[in-house]
Ligand binder design. Structure first.
Ligand code: ZN
Length: 162
């Protein structure tokens, strides 16, 4: 897997851009088939945030190879949270997507739902490895504990494929 830093990262029309000022600002992007992660140079000055973002991006590769049984376990955690009215998330990426979900997305496992479950997995992994205070950690502690147990069990299962 390779990592590169580029300045002023944005996404416009599904394309990652650097230094154009167009589109939506992002900290990073990953390219799974190319096994590449691009990070914004601003993160070099913010080592704690860099660690969190790198963990998030690396877990995109873990999710890619995770397999259905573990993915379904993750689904059931999220479905249970929804049933119990859990608000908030453990990162901005998941939070924005969760806010945009409609009841039909949960029911039909829509593309939007699948995007959300992947981002919530990556944000939760980053939280698991970089706990502490962060303004993006808004999920209530009782729901965090279930996610924590999931990641503990995942790591107990041996090395993860990336
Ligand atoms: Zn992500």
């Amino acid at each position: 897997m390779s990592f590169e830093f580029r300045p002023g990262l944005t996404i416009a029309n599904g394309q990652l851009l650097s230094g154009t000022g167009r589109g939506t600002e992002v900290h990073a992007a990953c390219f799974l088939p190319q096994r590449k992660v691009t990070l914004d140079t601003d993160l070099i000055e913010r080592p704690r945030e860099l660690r969190r973002i790198v963990a998030h991006e690396v877990f995109h590769f873990v999710w890619w190879r995770l397999g259905n049984p573990r993915r379904e376990e993750w689904d059931s955690i999220l479905t249970r949270e929804r049933r119990e009215g859990a608000r908030g998330e453990l990162g901005y990426s998941a939070d924005v997507l969760k806010e945009g979900l409609k009841p039909a997305d949960w029911k039909r496992l829509s593309l939007r739902w699948r995007h959300y479950r992947c981002e919530s997995f990556c944000d939760s992994a980053a939280w698991f490895f970089c706990r502490g205070l962060h303004s993006e950690y808004t999920l209530a502690p009782r729901f965090r504990r279930r996610r924590q147990a999931f990641f503990e069990s995942l790591l107990d299962g041996g090395p993860l494929s990336i």
